[in-house]
Design a protein around this ligand. Structure first.
Ligand code: PHE
Length: 345
């Protein structure tokens, strides 16, 4: 009787275990067939009351069945896990592939490299200087001593505290790439022609045409016979190559402490070629930057003898050129990080 019952339990348990597909269901079956309250456990508990003859048969049989059920439970558990894994690993070979997005240069980098290429082809070298600069190189060395009204032309981010400042030894975020002029001249003798691209900072409110952080381009050519005609030639050549169309230059007298004479210069309008349009406010000209013949005081500070050399210096904003070339109407877009803007280049 007991024997029959046991094999009945076994048959039923194995069938149910094999039929299930869920691991939760498997656990329920284990409790149902081998748990404390199961029929099987009841039988095990009753074995001690059996006649010894019967005990010898039922005991081992019960053990064998228990082992059998446990093994089946275990292997079904593994099978279910494997099936699940297979299902999750399934690959849809017909699904469209993911495209890798490639990065590219920022518009300012593109323009800076274009400018550098043009000047390097004209025989210029590229020079560099620190963005955190001493008051001396940024101002005093280029003929803007303390209390000179020229300092007011450029609102400055001071790094050193006002109260600790010894004359000339303050630390600033450079306001102009002209800060590299004397740094370079202290280490190099004329003749030379260099360009100095770099980031500059002004403590000003921002709007569509002003940023507190922007880029300038300094051009410095020094020799014994350098003159304004040389400047005009280089400027015309540069802008014509940069805009890939014939550009004319117009000089207007202006003042910068480190040049004498100094001028601001315009280029013929890149939108209308000089006829007059809304971009140039009907003047035919676009204002581009400052320039002039290097002041002898600057040469003297660099350790050159007075009146031996002449040179021209010239500075302009890279953002402004990029805005003209790509017809961008807000300088703040460059540092906005807005991908809708960046991705157009
Ligand atoms: N450094 C001047 C500025 O930032 C530009 C300039 C450079 C003018 C060289 C003359 C000569 O405004």
């Amino acid at each position: 009787m007991l024997k029959n019952k046991l094999s009945q339990i076994k048959k039923e348990a194995l069938a149910k275990i094999k039929a299930t597909n869920s691991s939760k269901e498997l656990e329920n079956l284990r409790i149902q067939y081998l748990g404390k309250k199961s029929e099987f456990k009841k039988i095990l508990r009753s074995i001690k009351d059996l006649a010894s003859q019967e005990k010898k048969v039922i005991g081992p049989l019960a053990n064998q069945i228990k082992e059998n059920i446990e093994k089946t439970l275990q292997s079904r558990k593994e099978e279910i896990a494997e099936e699940k894994e297979k299902k999750e690993e399934w690959i849809d070979v017909t699904a469209p592939g993911k495209r890798n997005t490639l990065g590219h240069l920022h518009p300012l980098s593109i323009v800076q490299r274009d400018i550098e290429d043009i000047f390097v082809a004209l025989g210029f070298e590229i020079a560099d200087g620190p963005e955190i600069e001493t008051e001396f190189y940024n101002f005093d060395a280029v003929n803007i001593p303390a209390d000179h009204p020229g300092r007011d032309m450029q609102d400055t981010f001071w790094i050193s505290q006002e109260k600790d400042r010894q004359p000339g030894s303050g630390i600033v975020l450079r306001t102009q790439t002209s800060s590299v002029q004397v740094r370079y001249m202290e280490k190099n003798k004329p003749p030379f022609r260099i360009i100095i691209p770099g980031r500059v900072f002004r403590n000003e409110a921002t709007d569509a045409s002003h940023e507190h952080t922007f880029h300038q381009f300094e051009v410095l050519v020094v020799g014994e016979k350098v003159n304004v005609a040389n400047f005009l030639f280089v400027a015309e050549e540069f802008f014509t190559q940069f805009f890939q169309e014939k550009i004319k230059i117009r000089l207007r007298p202006s003042y910068f402490p480190f040049v004498e004479p100094g001028f601001e210069f315009d280029i013929s309008c890149t939108s209308c070629g000089g006829k007059g349009c809304s971009v140039c406010q009907q003047t035919g000209w676009l204002e581009v930057g400052g320039a002039g013949m290097v002041h002898q005081n600057v040469f003297q500070t660099a350790g050159y003898p007075r009146n031996k050399y002449q040179g021209f210096a010239w500075g302009f904003g890279i953002e402004r050129l990029a805005m003209m070339k790509y017809k961008i109407d807000d300088i703040r877009l460059f540092h906005s990080g807005d991908l809708r803007f960046i991705k157009q280049f």
